[in-house]
Design a protein around this ligand. Structure first.
Ligand code: KIV
Ligand code: NA
Length: 265
């Protein structure tokens, strides 16, 4: 199968073919996800939660994102690889954003960068695109703003916020973003945005009207115990499988069943 590019994304939207995306943060997992036939892999700043155990995405650094992104990029042959710019790396100034973005592209080998926000970051988005960096937008529930929102509740339920989201999506689209994540917004609004923009819309908790879907792999595969929002489906029970595997290993070692003669030199 040939490598997916931002151009492939546009062609998929044209053809009405759904775009699939999952997160990954390490070489081994990214290799499994890529080989399974995913269209795109996101090194999300959700690595802050999923890999590091932080309560939110704010603490993760550019250096830490680069470490995860390099690990993923080494494993991927087919999927389009997108990396989140972390909190604080693109909000201070256009120059600082461009410096961090160039560093992330040079040092990781990812195909594109994702930034949270709309009109407030539009000049930064344009600068990155002018520099030749494909930009993936992210609107609705933008987790880097969790403290402003006061939680992870659904966004844009009210008219004013919904209208701002449509304006933001159109601005990102006009600036040249190739895709936009729509997180935890009403399905009807996400479908409306999808109709209005050339960019591929990737939904998470945004209904079936988006051009594609994204989930955090550990959530989708049932590894994150106790996290089960309404939008989430467990497509496997990897957490249970790992528990069984660990218990089986412990049991085999304790009882002297492992290693056997055949497993010894
Ligand atoms: O960081 C992340 O995992 C994300 C996706 C859930 C869209 O931004
Ligand atoms: Na993210």
């Amino acid at each position: 199968k040939k490598k997916i590019t931002t151009k492939t994304f546009a062609e998929m939207k044209q053809a009405g073919e759904k775009v699939t995306m999952l997160t990954a943060y390490d070489f081994t997992t990214a290799g499994i996800i890529d080989s399974a036939g995913i269209d795109s892999i996101l090194i999300g700043d959700s690595a802050s939660n999923v890999m590091a155990g932080n309560a939110n995405t704010l603490p993760i650094s550019v250096d830490e994102m680069i470490y995860h992104a390099r690990s993923v990029a080494r494993a991927v042959n087919h999927a389009l690889v997108v990396c989140d710019m972390p909190f604080g790396s693109y909000q201070i100034s256009r120059e600082e954003a461009l410096r961090n973005a160039c560093r992330m592209m040079k040092e990781t080998g990812v195909d594109a960068l994702k930034l949270e926000g709309g009109i407030e970051i539009i000049d930064t988005v344009k600068s990155l695109i002018d520099a030749g960096i494909p930009v993936h937008g992210h609107l609705g529930l933008t987790p880097q703003s969790v403290n402003k929102f006061g939680g992870y509740g659904i966004r844009a339920k009210e008219e004013a916020e919904a209208e701002k989201l449509i304006s933001d999506a159109i601005a990102l689209d006009k600036a040249g973003c190739f895709a936009i994540v729509l997180e935890k917004v009403p399905a009807k609004l996400a479908a409306e945005v999808t109709r209005q923009v050339k960019a591929v819309t990737i939904g998470i908790g945004a209904g079936a009207g988006c051009d594609g879907q994204v989930l955090v792999y550990a959530d989708a595969l049932g590894m994150t115990k106790g996290f089960k929002p309404k939008f989430l489906r467990h497509f496997a029970h990897v957490g249970e499988e790992m528990t069984k595997g660990v218990q089986s290993y412990v049991d085999a070692v304790k009882t002297g069943g492992y290693p056997s003669a055949e497993e010894s030199y």
